[in-house]
Design a protein around this ligand. Structure first.
Ligand SMILES: NC(=O)c1ccc[n+]([C@@H]2O[C@H](COP(=O)([O-])OP(=O)(O)OC[C@H]3O[C@@H](n4cnc5c(N)ncnc54)[C@H](OP(=O)(O)O)[C@@H]3O)[C@@H](O)[C@H]2O)c1
Length: 259
């Protein structure tokens, strides 16, 4: 698709991939609206990207999605690209007690968030001349990362949902794209830096991932696998036990403690 003169809504646009998507899509001549929960981060982003439009909205709250929809559709009726990017990743030991609501937070944000966003915006996107829904999954959708079990579940769930969505929308003008992102040097990974087995040299810069995503969008790809995500895709098929053994090494003492 032509990546100019579009109106793009990006959930979670104040850092990492969301910020890079916003900066790059503005450079290409698109109107960009970003969301996030933290007002200060939204204001700081507006200072760095003065033409970006910011709306505070928590994607894990259905009421805030409806409010976001009403506001975006009235202020930006040309909206034709939705990028479901907002996400959170926590390390979590299943040996500990957890509040049952907080336990599934990543499912609410990373999986139910995009599902509800798509449902709310679908009638609007369906009547655009051409539209895109891009969901950001992860290499962790192809193989679980045991130190982050709920995150792993959220991303594999989002991958299957995205594939089902693509089939259901095949007779519409909405293109459904999955960005299967590899590990990247964004704030999301900061809390993992001191874990054993965490190799910061393997992280790909968010700018490079977004550059590949933009290339993939321009050439109408269904799925985009930057850097190591391509390797994970191949190895998880031909040597699933090997890749699981590697994934289980990260944060081993955190996970296996108290058994
Ligand atoms: N970094 C990686 O290694 C990696 C790899 C594969 C996939 N991904 C995925 O890529 C996406 C972006 O991650 P990132 O690495 O760029 O993370 P990041 O730098 O931490 O950015 C996350 C963004 O999402 C927003 N956000 C978080 N929870 C939200 C909520 N409930 N409602 C609305 N906005 C919310 C954050 O702002 P507020 O906190 O202010 O809300 C922030 O703008 C996520 O879906 C992540 O799972 C990341």
């Amino acid at each position: 698709m032509e990546l100019t003169n579009n109106t793009v809504l990006i959930t979670g646009g104040t850092s990492g991939f969301g910020y890079e998507f916003a900066a790059r899509l503005i450079e290409l001549g698109n109107t960009v609206i970003i969301t996030g929960r933290n007002v200060q981060k939204l204001q700081e982003t507006k200072q760095k990207l003065p033409v970006v439009h910011t709306i505070q909205s928590d994607v894990s709250k259905p009421g805030e999605i409806s409010h976001l929809y009403n506001r975006v559709i009235s202020e930006f009726p040309q909206l034709n690209i939705l990028i479901n990017n907002a996400g959170e990743m926590r390390k979590l030991s299943l040996h500990h007690n957890h509040d049952l609501t907080d336990l599934t937070r990543e499912i609410e944000i990373n999986l139910m968030g995009p599902i509800r966003m798509v449902q709310e915006f679908l009638p609007h996107l369906r009547i655009q001349k051409n539209a895109v829904i891009l969901n950001v999954t992860s290499g962790i959708a192809l193989m679980p990362l045991p130190i982050a079990p709920i995150y792993s579940a959220s991303k594999s769930g989002l991958r299957w949902y995205t594939q089902a969505l693509r089939v259901q929308l095949k007779n519409t003008r909405i293109k459904v794209i999955e960005l299967v992102a590899p590990g990247s040097s964004t704030p999301l990974n900061e809390k993992f830096r001191n874990e054993e087995g965490f190799d910061s040299n393997r992280l790909m810069a968010p700018e490079k991932i977004v550059e590949q995503a933009i290339k993939g969008m321009k050439s109408d790809k269904d799925e985009i696998y930057p850097g190591l995500a391509k390797v994970i895709q191949i190895v998880s098929r031909i040597a699933p036990k090997f890749i699981m053994a590697q994934a289980g090494k990260m944060g081993a003492s955190f996970m296996y403690a108290n058994q």
